[in-house]
Design a protein around this ligand. Sequence first.
Ligand code: PLP
Length: 711
Amino acid sequence: MKIKQGVFPHLPERLSGLEALSMNLWWSWHPAARMLFKTLDRQAWKESGHNPVKMLKEIPVEILASAAENPEYLHQYDLVMEQLNQNIHSAENYFSRSIVSNRKPVAFFSAEYGLHHSLPFYAGGLGFLAGDFVKECCDMKVPIVAIGFMYPEGYFRQRIRDDGWQENMDQALDRDAASISRVLKKEDGEHLAIKVPLIEPPIHVAVWRISIGCVSLYLMDTDIEMNDPWNRQMSAHLYIGDIEQRLRQEIVLGIGGSEILDTLGIRHSLLHLNEGHCAFALLERIRDRVQGGMNYEDAVQEVRATTIFTTHTPVAAGHEIFPFPMIEKYFRSYWPSLGLDRDSFLQLGIHPGEPHAGFNMTALALKLSAYHNGVSRRHQEVARQMWQSLWPDLPPENVPIDYVTNGIHVPTWIEPKMELLFNRYLGPQWLQEHDNPAVWDRIDEIPDKELWQTHYWLKMKLINAIRERARRRWLEDRTSTTTVLAMGAMLDPSILTIGFARRFATYKRAELILYNMERLKKLLKSRWRPIQIIFAGKAHPADDPGKRILQRVFNTARDPEMGGRIAFLEDYGEQFAQYLVHGVDVWLNNPLPPLEACGTSGMKAALNGVLHLSILDGWWVEGFNGKNGWAFGEGETGADRDGADAEALYQILEEKIIPLYYKVSSDGIPTEWVKMMKETIKSNASRFSARRMVKDYIEKFYLPALSKEEL
Ligand SMILES: *Cc1c(COP(=O)(O)O)cnc(C)c1O
């Protein structure tokens, strides 16, 4: 498989590796690699949106020529290139040291991937989970191949009107100025395109690749000339509102994705489905075997035994259900190829708990996989109840749904300054060994003052970035003064800062802290011990209730009565997620239990010493130990759940959090707060890492499934 050649014709020979580096997302979590781009031209780096391909295309040739003669630059360059090549070319993989040697890769399917802010292929947590998973497989050298979608317009760009209503701005990705490359045909060097099998009228997809160290992620693009306009637009956005287009997206993802593996000659051992959107891939695995002469039952047996399905949400709307007639329309010519008739085919997607609702993608995935899991211990309990009717003979506690608690890719989410501090006190190997809890015991050796100063610096960095944005918006749009206020122009780094950033789905209850405005105003405007709150997040374009909550939050932030102590950050994405989870003091999480399957942003915060204030749900049920943050919302709440939770939230703020933050020693350091920061890093960093997560998947599912595959 060739990669497009000569993307940067003016790159000096001595630095020719910068092309491969810029085209491999491995650069994004290696500070030394990022520095190779940044030090060329800081301004250009910033203006490119930290996109090395865009930057290298635009940068003057003299800058590159002078770097090619700078011994210090070349030294760094050689070190980085050697590391990258080691990851890509070393023959060892994770399995070569285990009982199963030199395996075919695991095929990992996901509708979204959150990898970096220059690649808009994500909407939220599910995407980052997939991105972090793939990056960790790269670090650990677990042989996987990933499949996903090219959404040229991503999810959407968010713009808040002066009246607080969310609008969408479209901004198409420039495919030729991003860390992605065309997959080319061997024969003629043309861009590879495949036809999705057995689907009429035909859909064609062009294939792109993102290299992530040694891992390849193949993306499907329907926006090509061969397709009619309806097909071209199908993949413009993630989670497109039109249900038929959504079904077509999922057909392309599952069936087209399998066809790509086939066309590329990639034989995979196991199939791992990240959420139900990609469940049609199971049908292709069965069809493959039936076409090879196996009978349907045996094919299903084999496919089940080698498939892992991860369900990610207890929210009903998160489980895709398609009307039967629509399924019939697209699969009429498909089911005969499995040896099935209409009824037995439709039966595959029936959830016995609601047999008339339609064709349920989660039910399909659960029926055709032997290994299934929720994404936290609490979510396992909830998922077992939710899907119990698929196993009518079993009590809920025996329903075969296991769990692997989510984790975050530590090199991606550790802030570089914090990383340097850890290098100094945890030893230079800490990052390589970060899933070893013993590494983190050494956190206590960091002097309080150094940890606090580092944190304070990150808070200033966050607030400077927010003020810079507000200023730009003012200069460009002459937006109203209250909007500039709402965008955080008056934030103050010395004040206790609470962050709340996530999708504005109603169950996340962004407005809980606004429940009693008089009480909140007292806290915001306290003369000696004030607090400030930073909100960010997008509502799904079709979710009007979510947009109304967002509007209320924004208009509260605009209210001069709040004194500029509430801010709303537009267009939340990976970049500001980084700033926020590094820089606030407290990370607030208050969804309606038990609807948060896991949550991962709080883990990112904890890794950087940001204290978690959360309802007891999702991962925090496992993470909270009584001294590493705060929990509320246990026990009886009565009919007024929001009222009770808001009361508990205010109480913790008033009685615990605010006094602790403002209790400073004579040298200006809140020593008890810093102690808690250390405790939160120590107790959460290794347990909620993607490395621990990937190891869990391997031990619980991959190895048992592989041992069956060998028989
Ligand atoms: C981590 C992350 C999420 C997921 O956060 P939750 O805690 O699951 O809500 C969503 N969006 C972005 C940009 C993230 O970085």
